[in-house]
Ligand binder design. Structure first.
Ligand SMILES: *[C@@H]1O[C@H](CO)[C@@H](O)[C@H](O)[C@H]1NC(C)=O
Ligand SMILES: *[C@@H]1O[C@H](CO)[C@@H](O)[C@H](O)[C@H]1NC(C)=O
Length: 258
């Protein structure tokens, strides 16, 4: 097992440990049934990528293609649309995949090129429950703009296998200097021009656990896939994203080729 994978695993373990502490303290409080949880059922481009290891989020960018992070290790992959319909369900309507294509220049020692495409066996039918995330049509930076990172996390009932809460978090796209200056000394990897960071300046400091590889949209275009974060990007902690606009050529080429 190499360094990079260890870092991701360790971050997760820290988050889980912290959550368990708060679970113990909150045990006397109410226990929510799945029905009581505020789970959105609106249209989604989010996909669950379940595996023997940590599950990852995928983002539907084409009827037959899902974009996720290359650092996701997904043996025995099971794919499903991220919606309440499938919550605690026996994975009915599970999607099957045809192949996955990791960015050829991704290495586990770095967060550079942290992208992977997964092709479904059958094209998905788009409807009012399932939609596509649109790739960016410009390489312009969105520095200083508010964007939305979307994903799923676990509430304090972290013992459940499935994530139980869908979150859309508004975050600020920080300047490149800010990303490098504020975080780089603590960062596990170097921040390059193929990445950007975003977060909420006043993120709360509670424990959390979330699915990795969450997408970030600015002006309704998919600008990033979460590569790593300190804490949870879905609660506004600074997340480091792969800059999708630098990879659209590669993405479209893979889709045309396979
Ligand atoms: C991977 O890196 C090589 C060498 O830098 C470069 O020529 C190639 O275009 C890269 N591949 C992609 C898909 O970006
Ligand atoms: C990109 O798309 C947005 C919204 O779809 C549009 O307003 C804008 O003009 C487009 N920009 C370019 C450079 O095509």
């Amino acid at each position: 097992m190499n360094h990079h994978f260890l870092v991701f695993s360790m971050l997760t373990v820290v988050a889980v440990t912290a959550t368990i502490v708060s679970v113990a303290q909150g045990l006397e409080r109410e226990i929510l049934s799945p029905e009581q949880m505020n789970i959105k059922t609106g249209p989604t481009f989010l996909i669950f990528l379940y595996s023997e290891y940590e599950p990852c989020l995928g983002t539907l960018i084409h009827e037959q293609w899902i974009l996720t992070a290359a650092h996701c290790f997904l043996p025995y992959l099971e794919i499903d649309i991220a919606s309440k319909r499938d919550y605690f369900d026996d994975m009915k309507g599970k999607l099957t995949y045809h192949l996955s294509v990791q960015h050829p220049n991704f290495t586990r020692g770095s967060a550079e090129n942290d992208l992977m495409l997964i092709k479904l066996k059958e094209p998905l039918k788009l409807n009012d429950q399932v939609k596509l995330a649109v790739l960016p049509n410009t390489t312009d930076n969105r520095e200083g703009e508010m964007c939305t990172v979307s994903g799923w996390g676990w509430t304090w009932q972290v013992t459940y296998v499935y994530p139980d809460i869908q979150i859309d978090q508004k975050v600020l796209w920080f300047s490149a200097e800010c990303c490098q200056q504020s975080q780089v000394s603590e960062a596990p990897v170097q921040v390059t021009e193929n990445m950007f960071c975003a977060g909420s300046p006043s993120a709360p400091r509670q424990s959390c656990k979330e699915m990795t590889a969450a997408p970030i949209l600015c002006q309704n275009q998919l600008y990033g896939i979460l590569s790593w974060s300190k804490g949870c990007a879905l609660r506004g902690d600074t997340g480091y994203y792969t800059k999708i606009s630098h990879y659209t050529d590669w993405i479209l080429k893979v889709i045309r080729t396979y």
